[in-house]
Design a protein around this ligand. Sequence first.
Ligand code: ATP
Length: 280
Amino acid sequence: MTTAIEAIGLVKDYGRGEGAVHALRGVDVAFEQGRFTAIMGPSGSGKSTLMHTLAGLDSATRGRIMFDGADITAMNDNQLTMLRRTSIGFIFQSFNLLPMFTAEQNILMPLTLAGAKPDREWFDLLVATLGLRQRLDHRPNELSGGQQQRVAIARALIAKPRLVFADEPTGNLDSVSSAEVLSFLKRSVKELGQTIIMVTHDAVAASYADRAIVFADGRIVADEPDPTAERMNQLLMQERERATLQAASPQGVQGIVPLPAGKTARAASHTAPAGARHRR
Ligand SMILES: Nc1ncnc2c1ncn2[C@@H]1O[C@H](COP(=O)(O)OP(=O)(O)OP(=O)(O)O)[C@@H](O)[C@H]1O
């Protein structure tokens, strides 16, 4: 499989010296094209930092991010803006639709801003896949939360980006709308060949992905192919127990540990052997 984006030794520190926050502590991870990956982990573990750094929204302290044969950590602001405009789509928890514009205008906005012509066939396919045909003339306040998020998904996909980042896309939705949106994300990967990286706190949401990564304290501590909600809850619980034990006794903690240094997490061969996740 082709790698869509890869982080190599990615470090992100906020601040310096004693008060520095080590948000990413040397992350090696490759995301493959045409796959749906979920990123989970406790609050403050570095999920958003990873996503923002991969998308070039935040700078890295050290390390490289290879995307389309180029290291994006070496790009200037103009190059990064171009890259995001042409190759990356974003889906946010809060939909971020423009209230004055119809669903159709919102979907087409990335192309309008870039002065590009829409591919009508692709637009029709997205609208049909997302079940939005009857809603195109509606403004966001005339749509349900689930419909607004589907419009946001169509907007994220309209320019055929190589990569889509979804930040808690179901965080503001009820369980029925969440299932609907997650099914559409899954279909866009299976049927439209999209690559999606999604941050979520919801193990059920992660179970829609082809792969789920667990973050803790700026590192990847687990990497699951075909995740189930039960397995993800189990891993998160394990990590919480480890953190609690570590807080109580910083020496000799049992629990899941980071993948070995220098081992890049990959979908096909990423899972550490069961025993390797536990200290002796
Ligand atoms: N701009 C910033 N300045 C200083 N520290 C920051 C900044 N952004 C994030 N951090 C810190 O970096 C660490 C990782 O934060 P991050 O937002 O990536 O975590 P997260 O896993 O996405 O959390 P959540 O699930 O709560 O969104 C945290 O300790 C956070 O406080």
